[in-house]
Ligand binder design. Structure first.
Ligand SMILES: Cc1cc2nc3c(=O)[nH]c(=O)nc-3n(C[C@H](O)[C@H](O)[C@H](O)COP(=O)(O)O)c2cc1C
Length: 396
């Protein structure tokens, strides 16, 4: 076991919050806050986590469950745990070849990893690193030509599903990033960078690793015809011109003949609409509270979406997963599996692939313990009888 792996073992790291603290120590503030922060007052970010606290468990005691079965099937792929790594952009700023490290850890753990369009590692390299099923998350950044080339590369590399994110018509107002000078640091202009550069210099290990990995990454999967991979400085403006509409989903459906997952469902109405345009699965997601602040926590929306779509598509949830018991609660309300973003991004920032593996292991062992304490032998048996939902959640 190497130094990084040792640094995230028990008793130093027992939970996701421990990984968060370690990431904070290793990363410059601008990178840590990019992971940790949310939009505006961060009220949805907090609410996502609090919703899990508000829902309580109803165990069946004096029941022996010597072995608990955690296996789940999502879009035909079998997972060792009902957990999927959510798309997280710019992982290469968190750790050298970050997306490859995350995909490798997911593959070794028997779960799916989703690669963001806004990643620093190439689609082909992430597929090769993974060894397991991988999904590709699509933004229309750079225009339709550019998206079609990404779709084509994902198909050729063996990605098994396309995740289309629909809640990003403009980047959320993430105030921490603005205060930390994220824009200035990424501009590449010395004059603009100088007032903010100190936070990088006080993390020499991170800085040395970044430089050894080639310095500031480009978006290797957003290749602008005639220009090459998109530069960091261009991304915010490009994102604002890349809104995905229901119309776009028609040509995307035609261009991709494998399963499509629509991510960013906030209401029963949009859930039905997503089914109508041919989605195979939905993710009830508010982007981890990074987009429209003030929307309801995802756990609270989940029952309305599950009721709206029935068993026509598979329903996933993300936002606020920090404990295995959070996974159990989402499954009790009808999610087939959950996605986690920050939980593994903290691990990546703390210790690279070893930290991602540790995050997955923490959630897995938490889930086993939760099932045993609930007196439930398998994740597929989890249902609403194992939980109490706050009364006002049912008023709709
Ligand atoms: C640092 C960071 C970057 C993200 N980048 C993307 C992205 O590129 N595409 C996307 O669809 N979602 C992105 N997300 C949202 C996640 O996919 C997911 O919806 C969210 O993290 C779930 O909330 P959680 O972090 O509480 O688990 C990002 C989230 C974080 C924390």
């Amino acid at each position: 076991m190497n130094r990084l792996s040792r640094s995230v073992q028990a008793p130093r790291v027992l939970n996701i919050e421990d990984l968060r603290r370690r990431a904070k120590r290793r990363l410059p503030r601008v990178v840590f806050d990019y992971i940790d922060g949310g939009a505006e007052d961060e009220s949805t970010l907090r609410a996502n986590c609090r919703a899990f606290e508000a829902m309580t468990l109803r165990p069946r005691c004096a029941v022996s469950t010597p072995v608990c079965d955690l296996r789940a099937t999502v879009l035909g792929a079998s997972l060792s745990v009902p957990l999927i790594l959510a798309p997280v952009g710019s992982c290469r700023l968190m750790f050298p070849r970050g997306e490859e490290a995350a995909a490798r850890a997911a593959g070794e753990a028997g779960i799916i990893c989703t690669l963001s369009t806004l990643s620093g590692c190439r689609i082909e390299d992430v597929a090769a690193a993974s060894g397991g099923p991988v999904w590709y998350q699509l933004y229309l950044i750079g225009g339709r030509e550019c998206a079609l080339s990404g779709i084509d590369r994902a198909r050729t590399s063996g990605f098994s599903a396309l995740v289309v994110t629909i809640d990003t018509p403009v980047a959320g107002f993430r105030e921490r990033d603005l205060r930390n000078g994220a824009k200035e640091l990424l501009s590449g202009k010395l004059g603009q960078t100088l007032p903010f550069v100190n936070q990088l210099l006080v993390r020499p290990r991170w800085l040395a690793a970044l430089l050894a990995d080639g310095g500031l990454m480009k978006f290797e999967n957003v290749v602008i015809p005639g220009k090459g991979p998109m530069l960091y400085a261009d991304v915010t403006a490009a994102l604002e011109q890349s809104v995905v509409t229901w119309e776009d989903l028609k040509w995307i459906r035609q261009a991709w003949n494998r399963p499509i997952v629509i991510k960013g469902i906030h209401t029963a109405e949009d859930a039905r609409r997503a089914v109508d345009v041919g989605a195979d699965a939905l993710v009830v997601s508010n982007h981890g509270g990074r987009q429209l602040d003030g929307v309801a926590p995802t756990l609270r929306i989940l029952p309305e979406v599950v009721t709206a779509v029935g068993d026509r598509v598979e329903v996933l949830l993300d936002g606020g997963i920090r404990r295995g018991s959070d996974i159990a609660k989402a499954l009790c309300l009808g999610a087939r599996a959950v996605m986690a973003g920050r939980a593994y991004a903290y691990g990546l920032g703390a210790a690279g692939g070893a930290g991602v593996a540790r995050a997955i292991e923490i959630l897995r062992s938490d889930l086993v313990r939760t099932l045993k304490l609930l007196g439930c032998a398998s994740v597929v048996e989890l249902d609403a009888t194992y939980v109490d939902v706050p009364r006002d959640w049912l008023s709709k």
